[in-house]
Ligand binder design. Structure first.
Ligand code: PHE
Length: 345
């Protein structure tokens, strides 16, 4: 009896030592099999009753050791299972370099357009958009262009159809301002970003397609001082706090008085360099007080309302901001050029 029991204890110790589990369920099964009510170890404890008194001490110790060994093994299996769950086994090599996902970059014209829009949004201007294919009325006639104005000439404008009211590609986004005035009552405060088309020879300084942002503000008692202040605020945000503006008299059919606006050269700080051709100033936009004829054409009473308008080329602003020397870069989409603007996002 005693030797049988000894053998069984050794056998069970070996068995328990060898146990392996990959699931929690298996560990529970082991526990039941050895330590459960009818488990192997428990059974031995029952048989212990029949052991001779002088052998009880020795077997008692051995049985307790077996029970502890079983309990310890079950705990150890549980612990290793938990650890495995925390560090999942990987079938792939984590040290291999990953497949890089190459990110595109925004086009410098888009970056500049968004920046211009954001600045004017802060000043309370909302966005207005209109068609690129327009009629003569919205591009020229409503904007007070005389019938013989050179801008209407075949050399400047891409005509799609001729006739009494020709269809053409808009040469400026002032057409959107006309459409806005037709639709809405003052106060009006909008900016109109968009693509424009002019029949010009492509060079470093001119292109037949470019982008503009034009602005319009109409309300009671809007003055030239308001125009100056809005533009000054804009250029300081766009080109830096120390930027100054200069207004030169100019002519546009749709504004009176009209002006061309320069900023102090952001490269040399106004001292004169090859970018500003030694003048210390860079031209950035046209502007003026909306001509009463334009207001009238769109059904706004010039006796009650006044307003200003301005228009700038996005390419030009971006050129000055990043010192791009050739306008054609914007349209060629050479990735080496486009990548230059990654950090400007
Ligand atoms: N529409 C003019 C252009 O394309 C710019 C401009 C807009 C000038 C508004 C004055 C006022 O050149």
């Amino acid at each position: 009896m005693a030797s049988q029991m000894s053998e069984r204890i050794v056998q069970l110790l070996n068995e328990i030592e060898e146990l392996k589990a990959r699931r929690e369920k298996e560990i529970e099964e082991f526990r039941v099999r050895y330590l459960g009510k009818k488990g192997e170890v428990t059974k031995l404890f029952e048989e212990f009753r029949n052991v001779l008194p002088e052998q009880k001490k020795e077997f008692g110790r051995k049985l307790n050791e077996l029970k502890q060994a079983a309990a310890a093994k079950i705990e150890a299996l549980k612990a290793s299972l938990e650890e495995a769950a925390e560090t999942p086994e990987c079938s792939f090599d984590l040290t291999k370099p990953g497949d890089a996902c190459e990110l595109g970059t925004r086009h410098p014209i888009s970056i500049t357009r968004e920046e211009i829009i954001a600045i004017f949004n802060k000043l309370g201007y909302s966005l207005a958009e209109g068609p690129e294919v327009e009629d003569d009325y919205h591009v020229f006639e409503a904007l007070n262009f005389p019938p013989d104005h050179p801008a209407r000439d075949m050399q400047d404008t891409f005509f799609i159809s001729s006739g009494k009211s020709p269809i053409l590609l808009r040469t400026h986004t002032s057409s959107v301002q006309v459409r806005t005035m037709e639709r809405r009552k003052p106060p009006i405060r909008v900016i109109c970003p968009g693509r424009v088309f002019r029949n010009e020879a492509i060079s470093a300084r001119a292109h037949c397609i470019f982008h503009q942002v034009e602005g319009l503000y109409i309300d009671k008692a809007v003055s030239f001082a308001d125009l100056k202040q809005a533009i000054l605020l804009f250029v300081k945000e766009m080109f830096g706090e120390s930027t100054q503006i200069r207004m030169r008299p100019s002519y546009f059919p749709f504004t009176e008085p009209s002006t061309e606006i320069d900023i102090s050269c952001n490269i040399c700080g106004g001292k004169g360099c090859n970018i500003c051709k030694g003048t210390g100033w860079l031209e950035i936009m046209g502007a003026g007080m909306v001509d009463p004829n334009v207001l009238k054409a769109s059904g706004i009473d010039p006796e009650v309302y006044s307003g200003f308008a301005f228009g700038m080329g996005i390419e030009r602003i971006a050129m000055l901001k990043w010192q791009v020397r050739d306008l054609r870069h914007y349209f060629e989409n050479d990735v080496r050029f486009l990548r230059e603007f990654e950090t400007s996002l």
